[in-house]
Write a protein of this length. Structure first.
Ligand SMILES: [Zn+2]
Length: 147
């Protein structure tokens, strides 16, 4: 197995783990999970949800997402701000293509690679990451057999 194949297997594993992690989300409309990996260690994780101390409900009675809900990537990156780890040079694995707001955070956090599974209807986040020379990889784990 060459290095490229090894990296692909690793990427698929972390991406699947991000998918499992997304199941923690109590949001109804969309469950997003994310992992930040550096030197083969998971240094942070996140899923979309309300800030600490807020009720675990993401949507209002009309099924509209509350404006204070944090995206998975924002949760993972802000968790790092309270830890002794740092994301400089790390890879971010996320179930869904990052939005433009999260992409700004990803760039500023020094993350160098982003691997995501599902496309989002808007590509502005991905476009911004590419402009910042971040290595962006779209992988659909469903297209690969479990190894
Ligand atoms: Zn976002």
């Amino acid at each position: 197995m060459d290095d490229k194949e090894k990296q692909l297997r690793l990427d698929l594993k972390y991406l699947r783990m991000a998918g499992i992690w997304s199941e923690n989300s109590y949001c109804e409309r969309r469950k997003v999970g994310c992992l930040v990996v550096k030197d083969k260690m998971i240094i942070s994780d996140g899923y979309n949800g309300t800030p600490s101390g807020f009720e675990n409900v993401c949507e209002d009675e009309n099924n509209v997402t509350h404006p204070y809900v944090l995206h998975a990537e924002a949760n993972a990156i802000t968790k790092l701000a309270r830890s002794s780890n740092n994301s400089d040079g790390a890879t971010l694995y996320v179930t869904d293509a990052p939005c433009i707001e999260c992409s700004k955070l990803i760039i500023q956090a020094g993350i160098k690679r982003v691997v995501y599974a599902r496309e989002y209807r808007l590509s502005e986040g991905i476009d911004l990451l590419k402009r910042a020379k971040i290595n962006v990889i779209h992988l659909n784990p469903d297209e690969y057999e479990t190894k």
